[in-house]
Design a protein around this ligand. Structure first.
Ligand SMILES: [Zn+2]
Length: 312
């Protein structure tokens, strides 16, 4: 493992907050490499052999094969069942207390150590096998994955905390979306009250994490309004040296040409080179009843004000 600390930009927040679009734009910058959601690597990548963001099956993607060789002399040498067990045991919101304890005491459990060490090996190997990589983009989104990775001394983790209007998020969680990487499988759906509850607890958690980790909060709506400013803000947060050219990006669209070899994540990661037009997704205003909106607003009220979202 390299003695130099590897810069990692962890993209966090509640899924369906627009983070995949931001990740795609960041992956276009010189010096970045998006690995996707390594939280799911053991299950969806190694065990289930789902498709990488490039479209190849995980076992056939040359980029992931090179990462596996570098990190473990091949994925065959990884006890993925053990990693899946650990993921469901320690990388969960309900175990946040123990992770916070580790942040305060500097003492981590053997299981945390084993889990973090594996994730760190993957991230170091991803940087090493993809020349020119300065910052790894990790988009597991989960609060506890960010908090666990931040315990690893060989990683310099900075967190991009993405928030979106909870009514837009809750509406998105009610829609049935197919997972293209898995046959007959759909992204999970949640009732609005449940996603609103998660929106509140997840964002409170990230606010707390921001006290011990370098972190910035970005509103998805602000990104759509002024993508160039937001991306420049993220470049500074990530610690990307120099000023990577932003000629692929305008106020209204991005020309995406870089392939994303992300393991797991939003179906949008499969979009091949194309021009992405930024437009506000406000379908929830039309399709969400007044009652639903009021319900979500009531649950998320404590943070609506903080993030400057209107109550009504
Ligand atoms: Zn790939």
């Amino acid at each position: 493992m390299s003695s130099e600390r590897q810069k990692v930009l962890f993209i966090g927040g509640l899924p369906r907050s627009g983070s995949t679009l931001i990740e795609k734009v960041l992956n276009e910058l010189d010096g970045t490499f998006a690995v996707g959601e390594t939280l799911h690597l053991w299950e969806r990548g190694i065990r289930d052999n789902e498709r990488c963001g490039c479209g190849d099956l995980f076992s056939e993607c040359s980029v992931w094969n090179a990462i596996g060789e570098e990190a473990f002399d091949g994925w065959d040498n990884v006890d993925y069942e053990r990693m899946i067990d650990l993921r469901w045991k320690i990388d969960r919101t309900r175990r946040l207390g123990e992770i916070v304890k580790a942040h305060h005491s500097g003492l981590i459990t053997q299981e945390q150590d084993e889990y973090i060490e594996h994730l760190a090996k993957v991230l170091h190997a991803a940087a090493k096998t993809n020349p020119g990589t300065e910052v790894i983009l990790e988009s597991s989104k989960h609060l506890t994955t960010a908090a666990l990775l931040a315990l690893e001394p060989s990683l310099d983790v900075r967190v991009l905390h993405v928030v979106r209007d909870p009514r837009g998020v809750a509406y998105s969680w009610t829609k049935k979306v197919k997972r293209p990487e898995a046959e007959d499988d759909y992204m999970p759906t949640y009732r609005p009250s449940r996603s609103a509850g998660r929106w509140l607890t997840d964002n409170i958690g990230f606010e707390l994490l921001g006290r011990s980790v370098k972190q910035e909060t970005v509103k998805y709506e602000d990104f759509l309004e002024d993508p160039v400013s937001v991306i420049n803000q993220v470049i500074r947060l990530a610690g990307l040296e120099g000023s990577p050219p932003l000629d692929f990006l305008s106020d209204t669209e991005a020309d995406i040409t870089a392939t994303m070899h992300s393991v797991a994540g939003n179906p949008m990661r499969f979009t091949k080179s194309s021009t992405i037009t930024f437009k506000k997704d406000e379908a929830w205003r039309k399709h969400f009843s007044k009652l639903r909106r009021a319900q979500v607003a009531a649950i998320t009220a404590p943070l609506l004000f903080k993030y400057r979202y209107p109550l009504g």
